[in-house]
Design a protein. Structure first.
Length: 590
C-alpha cells in the first residue's frame, strides 16, 4: 500500500498545469483542434458504458448484441444492407489475426485495389485502426467522419435506451462510414473480441472468413476452455460464405466444423506454407517469427478466395498437394488446395509491415525487441523469436551483454503463467510499468483509458513484480548456481540481497546468470530512462522537475551504463508496445 501511494504521488505531481510551448500554441489551427476534440470526445465513450461488462451481461444471446449494434448503425445513417457493398474479408482468432489481416490487405493492394483495413487496438494513434491503402486515415479525414457520425448519433438520442455506443462500437460504425464514403474496393475487418458477440459480426455477407490460431484469452467473456472460445470464433461464419482456418488442436477444430455445419458454410483447413513454396525458393515474409508462416498461409487462401469470388484473374495455379494427404486423413475439415502464388502475392507477403509484432529496433548499443504477445501461445512464440533473434546478434567482444524485460499485462490474463514462460530468456532485470507513456497523460489523448484507474494499474504492476520475484526464488531453489532470493527495498522496487539468506554468488558473465533484480516505474518514459541510461540516441527524455526517475543508482545503473550491448524485450501488452514505440519513434505521432 505504501509503495502504491508513493507511486501515485509521483503520477499526480505530473498532472498539474504545464508550461505552454510553441507546439501547443500551434494548435490554434482549426483542423488540429478539431482532431484533438474528436479524440477527447471519443474517449468519453469509454465510460459511457463499460463495454466488456456489457458483453458479459448480454452474452446469453448474441442477437441482443447485434440488435443493439444494428440500432446504433441505423441511427448513424447506415443500414446493415449497406455493408454488403464493402466486399468484406472478416477475420477472427486468438493470435495472429492482426498479422493475417495485414498480409491479406498488402497482397490485395498489390492487385491495384483500393483497400480498407479495420483493426484494434491502436499502438500510438487511434487513426491506425482505420486505414486506407495501408495508411492510417489523416487527421482531417478522422475529424470529418468522426463528427459526422457522432453528431448523427447525438441528434437521434433515445432517452429510453443507451444514447451513445461504447468506444469500440463507435469506431466500428465510423470505419464502415469511412470505407463507404471513400469507396474502397474491399475492407479487411479484424474481429475485436471473440466473434459471435463482437460488434463487427453485424456484417451479413462477407466474401470470405478466416480463423487464425486459437488459444486461451478473454476467458471472462469468451469462456474458460478452448472449445468454448472456438464456439465464439466460429460465430462469424455465414451461410454459403467460404471460411478458412489453420491447423488447430483436434477438439476446437471439431467445434469449428460443427459451427460451419450449423451456418452452413464450407470450411477448409489451410496447408502449411511449405506447400506453396518451390523446392529451391522459400517465400520471404515481411514479418519475423516462425509463427508468421501460419498467418501467411491463411492470408494466401483468403486473398485467393476473395479474388476468385470477384472474378479476378491471376489467382495462382493449383498444385498437386500430395504432402497434405496425410494431414487431411487426420483432420475432420477438408484441406484447401495449395497453389503457386502469383507475383503480386509473393511481393505482398514480403512487403507486409505490422508495427509491434516481432519488431527489432537497433539504437546504438541498445537493441529493442518488441512484440505485443499477451497470451500463453503468443508469448511462447515470442520467446522462441527473441532467443533466436538475440543469438543471431553479434556478441560484444568483452561479453558484457545485459538483457532487460519490460513487461505489463492487462485484463483477466494469468500473468504468472506468462512470466514463467519468459524465464528461459535469462533476463538480468525485469521492469514493470503501467501503459502510460508519461507521468502526465495531459496532451496524450490517444493513450488514455478511463476504464481502469491509476491505482488499479499500479497495483497490477506491483503484483506482477511479486510474481516474477516468486518465480525467481523458485528458480534459485532449482538451480544452486544462481543468486539467492532478493527482497524489495524502496519505492523503485529495487531488490537487495536478503542478508538472512546469504551473500550473492559470483558467477562469470559468460555463464549468464539468472538475476532477480526487478523494478516498478509509474510510466513507460521513466522505465525507458532507467533502462537506456542516456545510451539510446533515439530516446528523447522528457523534461523533469523534481522527480527522481532512476531509483536504482547502484549496480544496475553501472551495468547498463558500461554494458557493450543492452537487449530489451518489450512484451505482454500491445498498449505497452504502443507507448514504447511512441517514445522511441517520434514520427509515429505525426
Amino acid at each position: 500500500g505504501g509503495a502504491i501511494c508513493k507511486l501515485l504521488l509521483m503520477l499526480f505531481r505530473g498532472l498539474g498545469p504545464q508550461p505552454s510551448s510553441d507546439a501547443e500554441q500551434s494548435l490554434a489551427k482549426t483542423s488540429a483542434v478539431s482532431f484533438q476534440d474528436a479524440i477527447r470526445t471519443l474517449n468519453t465513450l469509454q465510460t459511457n458504458a463499460n463495454y466488456l461488462e456489457q458483453v458479459k451481461r448480454e452474452r446469453g444471446d448474441p442477437q441482443v448484441q447485434l440488435e443493439a449494434m444494428k440500432g446504433f448503425l441505423e441511427r448513424s445513417g447506415l443500414k446493415v444492407e449497406d455493408l454488403d457493398q464493402l466486399n468484406i474479408i472478416h477475420v477472427t482468432g486468438t493470435k495472429g489475426k492482426g498479422s493475417t489481416c495485414a498480409f491479406t490487405e498488402r497482397i490485395l493492394r498489390n492487385y491495384g485495389l483500393k483497400t480498407g483495413f479495420y483493426s484494434s487496438p491502436h499502438l500510438v494513434q487511434v487513426r491506425e485502426r482505420i486505414r486506407i491503402n495501408g495508411q492510417p486515415i489523416s487527421k482531417e479525414l478522422f475529424s470529418k467522419y468522426f463528427w459526422q457520425v457522432y453528431n448523427r448519433l447525438e441528434e437521434t438520442k433515445d432517452p429510453g435506451h443507451a444514447s451513445m455506443p461504447a468506444y469500440f462500437r463507435f469506431l466500428t460504425i465510423m470505419a464502415f462510414h469511412v470505407f463507404l464514403q471513400e469507396k474502397v474496393d474491399l475492407a479487411v475487418v479484424e474481429v475485436g473480441i471473440g466473434g459471435a458477440y463482437d460488434c463487427t459480426n453485424i456484417i451479413r455477407k462477407p466474401i470470405v472468413c478466416g480463423v487464425s490460431s486459437l488459444g486461451i484469452d478473454h476467458t471472462s467473456i469468451l469462456g474458460d476452455t478452448i472449445e468454448k472460445i472456438a464456439w465464439q470464433k466460429g460465430g462469424i461464419f455465414k451461410p454459403g460464405v467460404p471460411a478458412f482456418t489453420v491447423p488447430q488442436p483436434e477438439r476446437p477444430l471439431e467445434v469449428l466444423r460443427e459451427r460451419a455445419r450449423e451456418s452452413p458454410c464450407p470450411l477448409y483447413l489451410c496447408p502449411d506454407l511449405d506447400a506453396f513454396e518451390e523446392d529451391d525458393k522459400a517465400l520471404q515474409l515481411g514479418l519475423a517469427g516462425e509463427h508468421q508462416r501460419s498467418n501467411a498461409t491463411l492470408a494466401l487462401q483468403l486473398s485467393r478466395a476473395w479474388l476468385q469470388q470477384q472474378g479476378y484473374q491471376g489467382t495462382g495455379e493449383l498444385k498437386d498437394l500430395q504432402a497434405g494427404v496425410e494431414l487431411l486423413g487426420k483432420r475432420p475439415v477438408p484441406l484447401a488446395p495449395a497453389f503457386r502464388p502469383s507475383s503480386s502475392m509473393v511481393q505482398g507477403l514480403q512487403d507486409t509491415e505490422w508495427l509491434g509484432r516481432n519488431q527489432v529496433l537497433q539504437h546504438g548499443p541498445v537493441t529493442w525487441y518488441i512484440d505485443g504477445a499477451h497470451t500463453t501461445s503468443s508469448v511462447q512464440a515470442c520467446v522462441r523469436w527473441f532467443r533466436q533473434a538475440a543469438l543471431n546478434e553479434e556478441k560484444p567482444v568483452d561479453g558484457s551483454e545485459v538483457r532487460v524485460l519490460l513487461f505489463n499485462a492487462t485484463g483477466d490474463r494469468d500473468t504468472a503463467a506468462l512470466l514463467k514462460l519468459l524465464l528461459p530468456c535469462r533476463f538480468d532485470y525485469a521492469v514493470f510499468c503501467p501503459n502510460f507513456t508519461e507521468v502526465s497523460v495531459v496532451g496524450n489523448a490517444d493513450q488514455q483509458n478511463f476504464n481502469v484507474t491509476l491505482e488499479n494499474m499500479l497495483t497490477r504492476c506491483l503484483e506482477n513484480q511479486k510474481k516474477w520475484n516468486r518465480l525467481m526464488e523458485e528458480k534459485v531453489g532449482q538451480d544452486l548456481w544462481l543468486s539467492p532470493p532478493m527482497h524489495v527495498e524502496g519505492v523503485g522496487g529495487r531488490l537487495k540481497p536478503d542478508p538472512l539468506r546469504g551473500p550473492l554468488l559470483f558467477v562469470p558473465s559468460s555463464e549468464r546468470p539468472l538475476n532477480s533484480n526487478s523494478l516498478v516505474f509509474p510510466c513507460i518514459s521513466h522505465a525507458l530512462q532507467w533502462i537506456t541510461q542516456g545510451r539510446d540516441p533515439h530516446f528523447q527524455a522528457p523534461a523533469t522537475k523534481g522527480l527522481h526517475l532512476h531509483p536504482v543508482a547502484g549496480t544496475g545503473a553501472v551495468l547498463l551504463k558500461e554494458a557493450a550491448a543492452i537487449r530489451v524485450l518489450v512484451t505482454g501488452s500491445l498498449h505497452l508496445v504502443g507507448g514504447v514505440l511512441k517514445l522511441l519513434d517520434q514520427s509515429l505521432s505525426q
